[in-house]
Ligand binder design. Sequence first.
Ligand code: G3P
Ligand code: MG
Length: 284
Amino acid sequence: MLKNPRLQSLNRRFPKRPWIIAHRGASGLVPENTLTAFVLAVEQGTDLIELDLRLTSDGHIVILHDAALERTTNGRGFVHEHTLAELQQLDAGYAFTLDGGATFPFRGLGLRIPTLEEVIATLPQHIGMNAEVKSAPWDPADRRRGQVIAEKLVTLVRRHPDLRERLLVSSFDAAVLDTVRRLDPELPLGLCTLPIAPLPEQLRSTVERDYDAFHPMDIGFDEHGAAVVSAAHLTGLSVNVWTVDSPARAVELAALGVDGIITDYPEATRHAIERALGSFVQRP
Ligand code: G3P
Ligand code: MG
């Protein structure tokens, strides 16, 4: 793989491939994007956690996937319409169910929407962070919120120099990534892509913009995976695939040489890859 100076710290800290990246924490087992999900992912041996960043009405970064509160919490409306104090009253375990809605085992247990600062304070320093900045590129106000998150993230990294060593900033919105690049040219950036174009074209847009990691959905890898992974590595890009919840599929992608598996089940994924491939592959 071509040497990419912006990936140097992450590669040094996490030399084995593939990285296990816990998607919204261990979100297949406990409520997503909560401290509980991140701590469980750590206990399950994840390398990095993936988490979704959004902005409150009073300018704090909180961790929630959706723009709206209804799917995962007992709140109503959009995250950006609420203050941090209001959001902290909500039950982030309210809607989680493993049996199609028959039971809600985390409801009322006190799980909260965390701030980014709380996650940083909670995570052990050996765990990496794939911080995905949420932004809807078609909505100028939401894109601006994404860019504000990017600016705040850069400021936060200045206050937490250890974070710089283990942070990957990702987004579907290039404008957000370009904001980070402008303010802190050394931070590694990953572009999340959707399968609206063939996989090689998604890779091309990532290469052309000089990002450091390619974060595609797991679609098109059976046809294009080997070529795309080789091409990405030739240009110094990591390939981190989402969301891979079948351990057998994770093994196939690992065998193709992808750099990261973004999964809701970090432990099952790690075990399957260890069983199938003997041990994780050390980077050359
Ligand atoms: O970061 C990869 C993945 O999380 C992107 O999709 O919708 O789960 O945030 P989403
Ligand atoms: Mg995400």
